[in-house]
Design a binder for this molecule. Structure first.
Ligand SMILES: Cc1cc2nc3c(=O)[nH]c(=O)nc-3n(C[C@H](O)[C@H](O)[C@H](O)COP(=O)(O)OP(=O)(O)OC[C@H]3O[C@@H](n4cnc5c(N)ncnc54)[C@H](O)[C@@H]3O)c2cc1C
Ligand code: SF4
Length: 329
């Protein structure tokens, strides 16, 4: 596998990066740590002739309890003891992304916008050619759900579910200016694995913002993967809870690794506000999340197994968040 030639651009400001993107419509990718993009390029997956590297843009740096710069490396976040104390669920997730070597280069922004994955997509060109390619790269059919004309590639980032559970917002900059949106709103709930996010072409993620309320929530993240030292999530379960004498003040559950986008379940957690977070309620909530998710057969583990494990992992994430908030263990 080799990298085809591309032109590398090195802007030093967000405005310059946005201008460069506008000058090459449909023909560029932003390059952060490159740990997802460059392996995909080596497999000839949706190559672009221009790469706009973001590592020289100072505004994308910075780690604080209220703001995480998009270009901060995951290893750097992992070393921040204050961050881990404030957001233990984020620390759980960081420790489970890929390997320490990958985390040394991987960034926050790249993790939130990591390419969706599918067993039939993340393969060499030679391998894919034998099947006639697929909708997500160079082909005209889906090998997972052939009767449909959409892509079911799976969202496989670890940070998004737990940041969504903490009500994180993202600041984005683009040709139309700046805006701040809830993190969950940048993903496409209509669910196409090809267009995996709702950012406009040329928009850059500048930073993640965490509200003050996030620090009152105890959070947790658990991940199912084939090789615990290495692999992408087959399922990621995040929970965040604020309890007052055992009663729920705020509660959020989000999952990733199951569908085309990370998904939060406010409709299931809202009825628990004001209630005691008992074992029975945790079990019932985890059961409801399991019933809501629809994994397909495009990762290593069977979808039925991933659904069943959703119940187990969501329950355990809730138990861990409850214990961290000082509730029952
Ligand atoms: C062996 C291996 C194992 C892995 N395991 C995991 C895992 O377990 N969990 C996991 O979550 N990930 C995993 N990854 C994927 C990847 O390493 C991480 O998701 C990483 O955080 C991606 O960040 P990056 O900076 O390298 O992104 P890049 O590869 O540089 O970019 C990823 C995508 O995001 C876009 N992008 C990046 N930053 C911005 C920005 N600021 N604004 C707009 N667009 C942007 C890029 O254009 C690209 O489309 C793994 C990768 C490898 C190689
Ligand atoms: S879900 Fe279908 S279209 Fe999408 S990457 Fe897999 S095979 Fe291709």
């Amino acid at each position: 596998m080799h990298l085809d030639p591309f032109e590398l651009h090195r802007p030093s400001s967000v405005d310059e990066a946005v201008r460069l993107a506008a000058a090459h419509p449909g023909a560029f990718d932003f390059l952060a740590g490159g740990t997802d993009l460059l392996p995909n390029y080596k497999m000839h997956l949706n190559l672009r002739p221009h790469l706009i590297a973001l590592d020289g843009v100072g505004e994308l740096q910075g780690i604080g309890l209220e703001r995480l710069g998009a270009m901060e490396r995951l290893a750097q976040l992992e070393r921040d003891a204050e961050l881990a104390r404030a957001y233990p669920g984020v620390a759980d997730a960081l420790a489970e992304v890929a390997t320490p070597l990958v985390r040394a280069s991987a960034t926050v922004g790249g993790n939130l916008l990591v390419e969706t994955r599918c067993f039939f997509f993340n393969q060499s060109r030679f391998w894919r050619a034998s099947l006639g390619y697929c909708l997500k790269a160079e082909g005209d059919r889906c090998h997972v759900v052939p009767q449909k004309e959409r892509c079911y590639a799976t969202f496989s980032g670890d940070l998004a579910p737990v940041l969504m559970a903490l009500d994180a917002e993202v600041e984005v900059a683009g040709p139309s200016g700046r805006r701040r949106v809830p993190l969950g709103a940048i993903y496409d709930a209509a669910g196409d694995g090809i267009r995996r996010h709702r950012l406009s072409p040329g928009e850059i993620v500048v930073a993640v913002h965490l509200p003050g309320a996030a620090r009152r929530r105890a959070s947790a993240y658990l991940k199912l993967r084939v090789r615990p030292s290495f692999d992408f999530p087959e399922l990621g379960a995040a929970a965040a809870a604020e309890l007052d004498a055992g009663r729920v003040r705020a509660l959020a559950v989000a999952v990733g690794g199951l569908e085309t986008y990370p998904r939060r379940f406010d409709e299931l957690t809202a009825p628990l506000i004001g209630e005691h977070l008992s074992d029975e309620r945790l079990r019932a909530l985890a059961e409801e999340v399991m019933r809501a998710v629809r994994p397909v057969h495009n990762t290593f583990l069977a979808p039925d197994y991933r659904r069943k494990m959703t119940r187990v992992f969501v329950r355990r994430a809730l138990e861990r968040a409850r214990a961290r908030s000082g509730g029952a263990a």
